[in-house]
Design a binder for this molecule. Sequence first.
Ligand code: GLN
Length: 216
Amino acid sequence: QVRVGVLALQGAFLEHVNILSRLPNVIAVLVRRKEHLSTIDALIIPGGESTTIALVAERSGLLNSLKDFVQTKPTWGTCAGLILLANEVHKTKKGGQKVLGGLDIAVNRNQFGSQIDSFEAPLNFANVTTSDTDLFPAVFIRAPIITSINSSDVKVLAKLEHNVGQTDASAVVAVQQGHLLGTAFHPELTDDDRIHRYFVQIVTQILNEKLKHAKT
Ligand code: GLN
């Protein structure tokens, strides 16, 4: 069994918990305090408002523990969560914004502007979709995109398939760097649990590797 925490400070955390609760061998844990982090194998940082999540995390004394956590433990950021995991954030308020970092990428917040606030786009998602007929229905809400990839350790998992407003097809919307996964959209707002399953698979793999190391 794996214990997957969901950061529950603000945003769409309950939707993640709902999907996780449907998966076999997964226990979903709400994370609100530092102590909760030591009880989980992995963490999901949900969509919402990245500035608010960072602010609340800071006020509740969670920010530094979260920073430590994401350095070594499997973590998946969706939308605002992706922004928080990025090492570089653009289009942000004056004074910058606190992030956790971890992913060697730059993101643009609110890429699609107010003209196209939200939309759904079918995506080819590496390791998750297998053909053009089973694309993943990705829901984007005031979403960021990944504008640059700054390490060869970062693998692109999904790109937009079509232009959306000013944003070209081929804009990167999902990446993985070892134990860190980032998606610009919200898989928890659909019935499709394939990306949640993929994340749990990453977590299980990492836990098994650790176990093997501990034995030898
Ligand atoms: N626009 C939000 C931010 O910048 C992210 C939106 C979302 O998570 N749906 O944090």
